[in-house]
Design a protein around this ligand. Sequence first.
Ligand code: PHE
Length: 364
Amino acid sequence: MTNATIPNLTAFDEAALDKAFAALEAQARDDAAGVDTEGFRLKWLGRKQGLLNEVSDRWLKAAPPQARKAVGQRFKVLKELVESLLEGGSGAGPSDAELKAEAIDITLPGTRRLTGAEHPITRTMSEIVSVFAALGYSVGVGPEVETDYYNFESMNFPPNHPARDTQDTLVVAGQERRPLRDRLLLRTHTSPVQMRTMEQQPPPVRIVIPGKVHRNDAADATHSPIFHQVEGLCVDTSITFSDLKGTLDHAMKALFGSAVKTRFYPSFFPFTEPSADVQISCIFCGGKGCRKCKQSGWIELLGCGMVDPAVFAFAALKQPAYDPKKISGFAFGMGVERIAMMKYGISEIGSLFAGDMRFLNQFA
Ligand code: PHE
């Protein structure tokens, strides 16, 4: 389409201007109704030969100074009209139908943004950690994918020792060509971080280690193949079993209320000697005996013991100050889910991992 050119203006008074611009506006409306959009755009807004450019050159720039403003205002109106016609409008602002389509109902409720909340496991874990932080313990972490050496060997589980069978392990595949100690597995407990901590720093050590652990266990109401532990390690020159008892008795009272009693029951772990299971008086029946404590009045909650000299010997390979003749220590490990389930009265461990908002909202 070749562009028609516009005539030069001979008069610049208001009436002449109104007439000239009115003619152009009418033409723009005609064109918008007839010509395809791209043709319309070229004809009116084309860079070189667009009619608006021509109006600008011939009318605006050629106008005598006293008429500039009058031409400029009309030019602006024309330009807006052309642009609105190009956008598919009628040139008279949006139609009623268009307005209606865009209207929003400001009386509708807004979209609520969820702020989120701590997961009960995270919350329980921080609660346990802060009980020990208040006693001067620091907090450490270690890798979830661990070597056989840290998870087992250095914690005094020799290769093929039957104690390994108590922690049914998920191993990373395709490691057969590596020496056993370097093979990777998903850590079955947080205890390997005891060794990593001691290798990093000489005694004294007071540290708690919260973290996720994995075991190849079938899931049921109280077992999950993924769960969490908080490990503790205290090493110094004259740490005794009394320190262990006093520390854990305090921690259990801090977590479950000052009325709970603790008792230490003989147990076995390769990395502690002597070892104990800690039981607390049943928080549901106060120790009288109920279904929750299987009528015994006690609930078993964690494992602990005095650090086995063999473990210090492994640590001494990197930090000679862990000389079992000069230092002693205790360690403990507790399951976070179990504690959370008791504190919050959760009966299925699976609800902690299902991600069901109806369950999780109760903790928000
Ligand atoms: N690591 C042990 C377990 O997972 C718990 C434990 C930790 C026991 C520290 C004694 C000392 O069963």
